[in-house]
Design a protein around this ligand. Structure first.
Ligand code: ADP
Ligand code: MG
Length: 251
């Protein structure tokens, strides 16, 4: 699917020996993961295996207990302006859209660049309209999120993330809350981003998308990365017992 070969050695996002506990629960166990510029990494695994926590630590929505996470070579900042900058560099699309309910669709996309990136409002508006066009919801710009379908809201959420010019985009089950008929329109937008060379980490149960779009599949179970593989190899012959069980249940 990729139009251009991309290098994997750069390590735009790198996790080394990352551990995270919630009380007694050891939720991330010595996680090592390197994501190169332009890589599309799909994270699979049973519920409770730590996929969301992994995403949230990369965006610093959760603190880690030990280990190191770097973005473009810099360790994650813990607070202040540097943290806001990091959150802008690491875009996040959630299962539940998380749009600002009391702002128009356009304002949802304009706000971040104006507040965090200090972009001129007129410039930010023009760019927001282009992005809404790109995800196919420009005609909804002046409505409020609740007036849109779930699929449209999620496409707005993607436009909002893109407006910050993120270095990497994280998707945490972006289609899981959608009615089935709306899943494809969101996957189509994501596929477009893959083709544009965006660096992406995607937690999903959409195995068709995973197989087509991923450069690599990361399989998690009980807080560990159990397997990291080429998608074809993973889906045809997963090497771990835990991945075999998981695929046996869902395919
Ligand atoms: P997944 O996204 O793979 O379903 P999560 O990362 O959401 O898994 O959760 C991993 C484990 O961490 C689960 O056992 C979950 O209950 C626990 N967990 C997640 N967030 C919290 C939290 N804020 N406080 C306590 N436990 C949590
Ligand atoms: Mg989750």
């Amino acid at each position: 699917m990729r139009k251009f070969p991309v290098g994997r050695s750069t390590g735009l996002v790198a996790l080394a020996g990352v551990n995270k506990r919630f009380g007694k629960a050891h939720v991330l166990k010595d996680v090592d993961l390197t994501i190169g510029k332009g890589d599309v990494v799909v994270v699979l695994g049973p519920s409770g295996s730590g996929k969301s926590t992994l995403c949230r630590t990369i965006n610093r929505l959760e603190r880690i207990d030990s280990g190191v996470i770097t973005i473009d070579g810099d360790p994650l900042p813990s607070e202040g302006k540097a943290l806001a900058q990091l959150r802008a560099d690491v875009g996040m699309v959630f299962q539940s859209f998380n749009l600002f309910a009391h702002k128009s669709v356009l304002e949802n996309v304009v706000l971040g660049p104006v507040k965090v990136r200090k972009v001129d409002r007129t410039v930010a508006k023009e760019k927001a309209m282009r992005l809404l066009e790109r995800v196919g919801v420009a005609d909804q710009a002046n409505k409020y999120p609740a007036q849109l379908s779930g699929g449209q809201q999620q496409r707005v959420a993607i436009a909002r993330a893109l407006a910050m010019d993120p270095k990497v985009l994280m998707f945490d089950e972006p289609t899981s809350a959608l009615d089935p008929e709306m899943v494809q329109e969101v996957l189509d937008v994501m596929t477009d981003l893959v083709e544009q060379g965006m660096t992406m980490v995607v937690v999903t149960h959409e195995m068709g998308f995973a197989r087509r779009a991923a450069d690599r599949v990361v399989f998690m179970s009980d807080g560990e990365i159990v397997e990291e593989a080429d998608p074809d190899a993973f889906f045809t012959a997963p090497s771990s017992r835990r991945a075999q069980d998981f695929l046996g249940k869902i395919l």
